[in-house]
Design a protein around this ligand. Structure first.
Ligand SMILES: [Zn+2]
Length: 258
């Protein structure tokens, strides 16, 4: 219903008008959510609660999306990890951000310590365009590569991982989070499954080509990464983790080229 209304609006109104409307909506939502029960570490906003988020019954949930910067639980987790465990916000670093998340790229671009490049297969907001299975940069070009929720879409993920490893400088690190079934020790994939409905049933989304299991770290290690996996939200004070609405079961992978 809402989808068809949005489609209708997109057809009859020019885009600049709709962008202005959505800014107004954001302000309205922010007023409706005034409070300080939850806090977003990405934008610093305080709210009574976050907005609900999710496309399907399985993934739909309350109290997830920041109304100000559109961060989700996993974005807030990564922001906190980078701040707490890495030199990302302090040192001079060359960063390649593939498929940059909307809540991050303007903020990362504004950080004066970073030499920051965004990349995507085709998104017009990205600085450069390429297929992650064939990165058009020399080896040892970047201190940091961030590429979240991409590998589950890529046919040859091993090639993509080794390309990311190749363009990293030694002592650099990569953040490569993926959707995962933590109840399954093994990644589920079958190249003969091409029907979108079947992919959605097996891998949660019609454009996913696999669903990673707990062997994800082994795949990263196989291309050379030194992998440190942790349930990072558990390391934080429980009240704080609750206030930030973090994903309490998400395994966070810190992948270094040593
Ligand atoms: Zn936010």
């Amino acid at each position: 219903m809402i989808k068809s209304i949005i489609r209708f609006l997109l057809q009859i109104f020019p885009r600049p008008f709709l962008i202005r409307m959505s800014l107004l909506m954001n302000r309205f939502v922010a007023i409706f959510l005034i409070g300080n029960k939850v806090e977003c570490p990405v934008c610093g906003g305080y709210f009574r609660k976050f907005l609900p988020y999710g496309y399907t019954k399985q993934t739909g949930r309350e109290n997830a999306l920041c109304p100000k910067c559109l961060s989700l639980e996993r974005h807030r987790l990564m922001w906190l990890f980078l701040n707490d465990k890495t030199d990302f916000f302090k040192n001079k670093l060359k960063v390649l951000h593939i498929a940059p998340e909307q809540c991050f790229y303007k903020r990362f671009k504004a950080l004066s310590n970073l030499d920051y490049t965004t990349a995507d297969l085709e998104s017009p907001i990205a600085d450069v365009h390429f297929d992650v299975q064939e990165i058009p940069f020399k080896k040892e070009s970047y201190d940091v590569v961030i590429c979240n929720h991409v590998l589950e879409h890529v046919a040859d993920d091993k090639k993509a991982m080794s390309e990311i490893y190749r363009v990293l400088k030694s002592n650099g690190f990569a953040i490569l989070q993926v959707p995962m079934d933590t109840d399954n020790p093994n990644t589920m994939e079958d190249p003969s499954v091409t029907d979108p409905k079947e992919r959605e049933r097996l891998y949660r989304q019609k454009d996913h080509v696999r669903l990673y299991g707990l062997d994800y770290a082994d795949r990263l290690k196989a291309v050379g990464f030194t992998v440190n996996a942790s349930v990072y939200a558990e390391e934080l004070n429980a009240d704080l983790a609750n206030k930030y609405r973090l994903p309490m079961n998400e395994i966070f992978y810190y992948n270094q080229k040593l």
